[in-house]
Structure formats: structure tokens, C-alpha cells
Design a protein around this ligand. Structure first.
Ligand SMILES: Cc1cc2nc3c(=O)[nH]c(=O)nc-3n(C[C@H](O)[C@H](O)[C@H](O)COP(=O)(O)OP(=O)(O)OC[C@H]3O[C@@H](n4cnc5c(N)ncnc54)[C@H](O)[C@@H]3O)c2cc1C
Length: 294
């Protein structure tokens, strides 16, 4: 389903994000987890585009599998890293041929070894330019999602500047904002209010990553800048040798987060599942999110 359609026709837009595995064992595990997650009938499943512009082919391959094998709406993440405008258009044409319905249009991060993002010669500098490129060349053939940062993008000097830049993506033709992961709902509510004040009127969909392993989440948050609230960090610290206990704490926290977000009327939730199904299934069951309600 294309992004605008989801929020016009469904009371709740559930979406799930995966990444292309690097090994055959990882691919088999993902396929089996996907068959469990698709029972919840997400509005779409999105597949990330490798950091630094890697895994371009794998993203398309997995989007093709999502469409043909799992009969899902596929959203391809896509970044400006390492590509000229011609490369970008060529990849978008291939995404279209694979049946991709939506593009998550991103700038991307610096490739490994580089300390900051540099535009490729003949390429694009910011995600708003990618949104424009898609709209100018493909009209409404793709739904377009863009990234939003409740706790500010790490490179932005302040939240207000970041919001002005988010508005550029919206004005260029984005259909919905999907947020960076966060663990404190107050950051999201403040961000949503600020978006409203800035006349950002498209759906703002919170991104939730259930914590299943404290060490892994610390690595992820150190890269993306999301804050783990002190009380949650202390609880996880206390069970740092017990992964099962970390999983339970993470899942309970995510359930409480999602419950409050839904009570406060979010249009959907985007789950970063890290290619695993168990935590997400626990959360969706606890929230009673099943096909009849979405
Ligand atoms: C939902 C989601 C999915 C993601 N998926 C992927 C993925 O699959 N692969 C991947 O590599 N990364 C992914 N990322 C990470 C993303 O690529 C990084 O956060 C990246 O650093 C910024 O991308 P962006 O699209 O937000 O960039 P932009 O919107 O271009 O913003 C980047 C920075 O530049 C500033 N800025 C933006 N526009 C302008 C302008 N016109 N003039 C001046 N300053 C400007 C912004 O304030 C911000 O600080 C994802 C992030 C999210 C939230």
C-alpha cells in the first residue's frame, strides 16, 4: 500500500523495518521471522539501504522477495550516498520494476572511514533534494517517507534548524515522517507539537526499537544519538549479565511506550525489529494489534 493511502484508509498504520542479512543463515532466519510478522498484516515492510551506500542490490532483492514471496507492500530505503543523479534515477527505475510502492528518501551517513557526509559529484546533498528528484521524475508513482528526529539530528545545530530542514522535505512532496527511535515519549510529543507549529501537516509516525540486548542498543544509540533514559539504563545495567532479563525489560518498556503513543492518537507505529520477530510479536499481542484492528 502506498503511504498516503495507508493514512487515509486505515485507522492505524503498522510498519516493520528489516535490513538485508549478510549471510545465508541470516537470510533463512529473516524469512522465517517474516512469515511470523506478516500475520499481523503490516501496511508495509521496509528494507534499509546499507550505510555508506552498500547493499544497494540486496535492498532491491529483498524488496522483490517481500512483494513476490511474502505478498507484502515493500518500501525501499534509499540514500544519496555515493550516487550521481543518473545513478539515483536508474536505481529508482529498478525499484519500480521490482514492485516497490514507497521510498524512504534519506540523505544517508558518511561511508566508513569518512568523518562527515560529502555529496558525490553530480549527486545530491540533502534528503529534500532526493524527494524533489523522485517527485519530478516519478510523480505519484511512489509514496515517500522521510526521517524525523524527536531528539534532533546529531549534526543539526539546534532543534529549530532541524525542523526547518524537515519542513523542506515535506514541502518537496513527502507523504509521512517516520521518526528515529526514541525511548522517552515526551521527546516525541514535544517534536509532534513543534511540527504542528511549523505547519508540518503530514502524518508523524513514531519509530520504536524494542531493546532486546543492552550492549547492542548502546552501540546503536551511540551512532544515532537517541537517549536511553537514566531509569531504564539503570534497570538494564543491573541485569547486564542476563540477556533474558534485558529482553523482558525492553519489551515491557516498548509496550508501555506504544500504549501511551496510541492513547495519544499516533497514526501508526514503525517498528525497528532488527530482523527478529519475538519482541515485536509480544508487543503487538499485548497491544491487541491484529488484522481486525488495523
Ligand atoms: C526512519 C529512518 C530510516 C533510516 N534508514 C536508513 C537507511 O536505510 N540507510 C542509511 O544509511 N541510513 C538510514 N537512516 C539514517 C539517516 O540516513 C541518517 O540519520 C542521516 O544522517 C540523515 O539522513 P536524513 O535523510 O535525515 O538527512 P537530511 O534530512 O538531509 O538531514 C541531514 C542533516 O542536514 C540538515 N539539513 C537537511 N536539509 C538541509 C538543507 N537543505 N540545508 C541545510 N541543512 C540541511 C538536517 O538538519 C540534518 O542535520 C534512517 C533514519 C531514519 C530516521
Amino acid at each position: 500500500m502506498k503511504i498516503p493511502e495507508i493514512f487515509h484508509t486505515k485507522p492505524f498504520g503498522l510498519s516493520i523495518e528489516i535490513f538485508p542479512p549478510k549471510t545465508e543463515a541470516g537470510e533463512n532466519a529473516l524469512a522465517s521471522n517474516l512469515s511470523r510478522l506478516t500475520r499481523y498484516q503490516p501496511a508495509f515492510i521496509s528494507c534499509t539501504y546499507g550505510a555508506g551506500g552498500s547493499t544497494q542490490e540486496k535492498t532491491l532483492e529483498w524488496c522483490g522477495r517481500l512483494v513476490n514471496e511474502f505478498e507484502q507492500s515493500a518500501t525501499a530505503h534509499f540514500t544519496c550516498v555515493g550516487s550521481t543523479r543518473t545513478d539515483l534515477l536508474e536505481w529508482l527505475n529498478r525499484a519500480k520494476a521490482r514492485g516497490v510502492q514507497n521510498i524512504m528518501a534519506l540523505r544517508g551517513d558518511a561511508p566508513d572511514g569518512a568523518d562527515k557526509f560529502e555529496a558525490t559529484e553530480g549527486g545530491l546533498t540533502y534528503a529534500n533534494e532526493l524527494v524533489t528528484l523522485i517527485r519530478e521524475n516519478f510523480g505519484d508513482e511512489f509514496g515517500i517517507g522521510v526521517a524525523g528526529y524527536p531528539e534532533k539530528h546529531p549534526e543539526a545545530t539546534d532543534a529549530q534548524t532541524d525542523l526547518v530542514n524537515l519542513k523542506r522535505k515535506v514541502d518537496s512532496g513527502a507523504d509521512a515522517v517516520f521518526t528515529q527511535l526514541f525511548f522517552n515519549n515526551q521527546s516525541f510529543f514535544k517534536f509532534r507539537d513543534n511540527c504542528q507549529d511549523a505547519q508540518i501537516e503530514i502524518p508523524i509516525v513514531p519509530g520504536i526499537m524494542p531493546i532486546t540486548e543492552f550492549a547492542r542498543i548502546k552501540r546503536i544509540t551511540s551512532m544515532c544519538g537517541a537517549v536511553i533514559p537514566n531509569r531504564l539504563a539503570e534497570k538494564l545495567e543491573a541485569v547486564q549479565d542476563d540477556q533474558e532479563a534485558q529482553f523482558e525489560i525492553g519489551v515491557e518498556h516498548a509496550i508501555a511506550q506504544c500504549r501511551e503513543l496510541m492513547d495519544q492518537g499516533v497514526p501508526g507505529i514503525h517498528f525497528y525489529v532488527l530482523n527478529k520477530s519475538e519482541a515485536c510479536e509480544r508487543i503487538l499481542d499485548a497491544l491487541d494489534i491484529h488484522p481486525a484492528t488495523i
